[in-house]
Design a protein around this ligand. Sequence first.
Ligand code: SF4
Ligand code: SF4
Length: 391
Amino acid sequence: MSEPSPMQRDLTLLVKPAGADCPLSCSYCFYRSTGPRGGRMTDDGLRLLISEALSTAQRVNFVWQGGEPALMGRAFYERAVELQQQLAQPGQAVSNALQTSGVGLDSGWTEVLRQGEFLVGLSIDGDQALHEANRGPSWERAIATARWLFEAELPVNALSVVSAGGEHTATARYEALRALGFEHLQFLPVVDPDPDDPGRPGPNSVDPSAWAAFLLELWEVWWPEHRTVSVRNFDELLASYVGSPPVTCTTAERCGGYLVVEHDGGLHRCDFLVEPDRPIARLGDRPLVQVLNSPVQRALGDSKAQLPEDCTTCPWLPRCRGGCPYHRREGGRSHLCEAYRAVFEGLDPTLRELALKVRPARPPRRNEPCPCGSGLRYKRCCATLPGAPPR
Ligand code: SF4
Ligand code: SF4
């Protein structure tokens, strides 16, 4: 009999219990054309998913998404939470996130979201006109969901998708989402390949210089509230300056740290690499830890680290890590490279100062790495800034 695999510390699974099915038809949704349609995760599939995940890691994060995961109905998530509670070992940490358009949820979901400690990522692009330009008539339902989530004091993030032509709307989006009461915001640029020429950007992709202008404008409008409002894009920038682990896989050194689970138990490498008929494995075939360490999954991680010379010689490499491999275009650089450079150049001095304010309790010594994450020794880096901790 083979030995059980040792437990990992962390595991994140993106679970798509209803595949690509969704009541909306957002114009920029890539999963509409790549994901599977018409399937639903069964109760046996759900049990297998949860038991496999909980025998893999000490801390397991289930991210329920799609398509629209709320199509599964409330009872599915009540069952998921019940199974998580039944199968978790003492001391094991289980968390849940639900990424939803808000259509299909109502206040009857309050109890299950509370019990499962769900973080809700609500897709809402801004005011009604901005939102419905790409998502169709769904804004009223989305804000109704936001309102009862706020009333129930459940944690909720606004996910605002920015596609081509929307890069001039930073202030309008920020103000609309703040007026609705959101305190946690994330702005997601669309970067997709041209279907006829994958080396070139697709029609929905943001323009890199306009995306840089979006972020710099967003910074200006957010800064007066930076102590109370979280913008994930800026949390991600700051993480590399304070030496924290990356907030998303985009700025990690390697990819391949999570798996996608489709409704039929098919396992896939990444959200952008789901091939419905060609999973890399299936739930229950072998331990998840073996799938995570399989040659095909490791190759994805290696591919992120294989960077063009422009990146390996670039001073911003520790900040962006070359971005997501899915965003790379002709020449190997990210479609967003120009935006990365402009934003880092514009915000670098401020981010270094900010990093010092959230520095570790003990001040760094002269020859230690600077806590701003520059990769330089402290005496050569932020020590020269006003207000730097003593050397
Ligand atoms: S800013 Fe551009 S060139 Fe520099 S590391 Fe990032 S993607 Fe590569
Ligand atoms: S390809 Fe992109 S989205 Fe997929 S794991 Fe890598 S960085 Fe993340």
